[in-house]
Design a binder for this molecule. Structure first.
Ligand SMILES: Cc1cc2nc3c(=O)[nH]c(=O)nc-3n(C[C@H](O)[C@H](O)[C@H](O)COP(=O)(O)OP(=O)(O)OC[C@H]3O[C@@H](n4cnc5c(N)ncnc54)[C@H](O)[C@@H]3O)c2cc1C
Length: 308
């Protein structure tokens, strides 16, 4: 409510786009999920045009923001997925765990009996009786759930249908002063970066006291000269002198998100063969939420098949 003034006609958008935004948001916020999943799927760009948004507003607002969510900048991603994402964003807040994203699997593992989860045991192959680790050791199991991400899953389960993946690179810069004293995600209508955020404004503990950590993502690989261009764009976006920032590191993730062009089923069975299951974002939607939903479905199917 504190920021409702930003929605005054003419600031972010004209009356027509504001009306369309209100109608779309009310529906996505309140309608049952099964309604959002129903009907013929189409691209997000087509769905936004059908919802009455002007091309100009789509380019100025939706495209810059959603490029960072979909990891593609043509709005070719499934509208079903878009509506689910929009619903989640209206119902909750963007957030970062104070202890990093690893805190989420740690929380899940801590709820299990001690010794259930064994780390650093890479699986080399599935056997008739369970799995074989890269060390050569064998672990017997009545059911095996492959939750490895798409590349290793296709190796462990030959013939498995896996989608192509989107690539993202994130640059981490360190500055002596925060270029923006608020926990806000900035996007770029000129497409020079997907989004950028002063992480230490969200979680101060992400850097030692007195330093600011700025994370900026771009589509695709880290190519020669790209960091320089991004740094210049950041100086412009933040209105700050970015020349003095140190590049802490950059990370390219080649299997960051599955390609989700329409039609998207939004959920597929985990069963691939007797005693063999697969789960992960590529079996549901490209998100932590999708990965969790897919894992829960695999658990239900295993329990049913084992007669539990
Ligand atoms: C930069 C970035 C930002 C993102 N931001 C968000 C966000 O804000 N919100 C959101 O919802 N989603 C976000 N995502 C997407 C989200 O991270 C993924 O959708 C999610 O992590 C997929 O989970 P998963 O369990 O399917 O696979 P993964 O998280 O990839 O887990 C697979 C696991 O299997 C292990 N493994 C691989 N091979 C083997 C093997 N042979 N034996 C044993 N283990 C193996 C791997 O080590 C890994 O731990 C982001 C992704 C990236 C790259």
């Amino acid at each position: 409510p504190r920021h409702l003034g930003d929605l005054r006609p003419g600031r972010l958008a004209g009356p027509r786009d504001l009306l369309a935004l209100g109608a779309l948001s009310a529906r996505d916020l309140l309608a049952p999920v099964r309604l959002l999943k129903r009907g013929e799927d189409r691209t997000t760009r087509t769905a936004l045009a059908a919802a009455g948004f002007s091309e100009e507003f789509v380019e100025r607002f939706f495209r810059p923001f959603l490029s960072g969510v979909f990891l593609e900048d043509e709005l070719e991603t499934s509208a079903r997925f878009f509506h689910l994402v929009w619903r989640s964003m209206l119902r909750g807040n963007l957030c970062l765990p104070a202890e990093g994203i690893g805190a989420v699997p740690r929380l899940l593992a801590d709820a299990l009996p001690a010794g259930t989860v064994r780390l650093e045991r890479a699986v080399a192959a599935l056997t008739d009786d369970g799995v074989e680790l890269v060390t050569g050791a064998e672990l017997p199991a009545r059911a095996v759930v492959v939750a490895t991400g798409p590349g290793p899953a296709a190796v462990l389960l030959p013939g498995l249908d896996v989608p192509a993946y989107r690539v993202v690179t994130t640059y981490y810069h360190v500055g002596a002063r925060s270029p923006l004293a608020e926990p806000t995600l900035l996007t770029d209508t000129r497409g020079r970066f997907l989004n950028t955020c002063v992480l230490t404004e969200v979680v101060p503990g992400y850097a030692p006291a007195g330093l600011s950590l700025i994370a900026t993502s771009v589509l695709g690989e880290d190519t020669p000269g790209r960091e320089r261009a991004v740094r210049e764009a950041l100086g412009d976006a933040y209105g700050a002198d970015s020349d003095g920032w140190d590049l802490l590191t950059s990370r390219t993730v080649r299997d960051a998100l599955p390609v989700m062009t329409p039609p998207q089923p939004l959920g597929r069975t985990a069963r691939v063969a007797p005693g063999r299951y697969v789960c992960g974002d590529h079996r549901a939607t490209g998100s932590v939420q999708g990965a969790l939903a897919s894992g829960a479905r695999a658990a239900r199917e295993v329990a049913r098949d084992l007669g539990r």
